[in-house]
Design a protein around this ligand. Sequence first.
Ligand SMILES: Nc1nc2c(c(=O)[nH]1)N(C=O)[C@@H](CNc1ccc(C(=O)N[C@@H](CCC(=O)O)C(=O)O)cc1)CN2
Ligand SMILES: Nc1nc2c(ncn2[C@@H]2O[C@H](COP(=O)(O)OP(=O)(O)OP(=O)(O)O)[C@@H](O)[C@H]2O)c(=O)[nH]1
Ligand SMILES: [Mg+2]
Length: 451
Amino acid sequence: MTETETIYALSSGAGMAGVAVIRLSGDQAFKALHALDGMAEPKARMATLRELKDPVTGARLDNALVLGFKAPMSFTGEDVVELHVHGGRAVLAGVFGALSTVAGLRPAEPGEFSRRAFENGKLDLTEAEGLNDLIHAQTAAQREQALQQLDGALKDLYEGWRARLIGHLAHLEADIDFPDEDLPEGVSGAVLPQILVLKDNITQYLVDNRRGEALRDGFRIVILGQPNAGKSTLLNALARSDVAIVSEEAGTTRDVIEVSLDLGGYPVRLIDTAGLRDGVSDIEKEGIRRAEAKAADADLKLVLVRADEWPDIPEAAKRWLDEKAILLITQVDRAKMFHVEHSEALSGIAGHVTVSAKSGEGMTDLFDTIQHYVMGAMAPRELPSLTRIRHRRALEETVEHLARFTDNAGIDAVLAAEDVRMAARALGKITGRVGVEDMLDVVFSDFCIGK
Ligand SMILES: Nc1nc2c(c(=O)[nH]1)N(C=O)[C@@H](CNc1ccc(C(=O)N[C@@H](CCC(=O)O)C(=O)O)cc1)CN2
Ligand SMILES: Nc1nc2c(ncn2[C@@H]2O[C@H](COP(=O)(O)OP(=O)(O)OP(=O)(O)O)[C@@H](O)[C@H]2O)c(=O)[nH]1
Ligand SMILES: [Mg+2]
């Protein structure tokens, strides 16, 4: 299969619909349209009504709205034809059957239209990823982040850094080639601090609490505490749905139970876990192991302690109390005349709330406290956030090369210049400017068919 093959796919959603869009891209796209409508090529970018027939049987397929784009002025940069047909099963089957009889056409792979757009320079890799994120966006904040990335916000940031490095590299190389009188002394002297500043900028940029990734994947809030603390009851209350089994038996929950919520436009994954104690059965031990694994990479932890036990906090719960934890004193309806006494457990954490899932006391306060935390963690930063581990790895690699540059700068100008070149390459991998052939399959296989 060569890249010039013409591809087609359903680009609208599957299932019955008022209108469905079938997209064709490649140099046979208009020929294929002619095979179905027998008419002259429609004017580029002008919607036209056409009767489509099966080229082999002559059977009528649909009255379709047809839209053509001529290369390179199209989404993919190739000739593109869109068939806007009635979205019925028989219509789609008929049109796909007809297209399969046209020579030089084949069904598109997932993400193949976007991949061609990338290969034809219409999108860089971060923009293509932004497009995919936009299609999967579930909340307003996810949509906004994806749109920014699709608009080139990450591309501009990383290409800007790369351009700065390449500028510095030119100076370093000039220094190496003309070490003496041709250039004033001190050129490399000026480059060093400039590269150090850039290295610091990137290093600081990486300290982001996974903001962009959490926005893309969902902010993970893990509910932790000893058996019968009321974790599953709390999950059900926050999710406003009877998701997890609740019982007075200690050790009810063993599996990790996850619910997705939209918290003021921010996607949240609320995770209930097994009660923390010295596990009795092997199954419960495994449940606790999973609970602790979730706790370790939580974006926020809700650590539950029962009011009738307060201020005693079991060691298994106490170890999760840190700046990413909210302490919940639960089942306060069961403790008479309860008030939170001073405890050292209250310092160094993100907050504490006293609640009763039964009476509803404190639940509004809890909701507000969580929402406040999530909003703070997800608030837009000055620079657009990286959204994938792929970006993070490449930026870490960039910083490593720049650290090596600083080590070599005083010793060996040739080695140091090579470090800068490698740093620029690592940055170029994010946007797909260099050395990414092996990565493209991974990036685009994640896309939908028809995109
Ligand atoms: N029917 C339909 N709707 C759609 C799309 C599509 O492909 N078809 N899109 C698909 O994702 C999105 C729109 N995105 C598009 C992006 C670029 C071009 C395009 O033709 N670009 C040309 C010309 C640019 C211009 O006119 O300014 C180019 O880049 O050269 C088309 C659609 C959303 N809606
Ligand atoms: N009175 C009162 N009872 C509660 C409250 N929250 C939970 N319970 C009860 O406490 C018991 C344990 O609740 P669960 O939500 O199953 O506790 P859990 O922390 O999930 O327990 P495990 O899954 O065993 O770790 C159940 O009988 C609940 O009905 C509350 O706020 N007030
Ligand atoms: Mg439970």
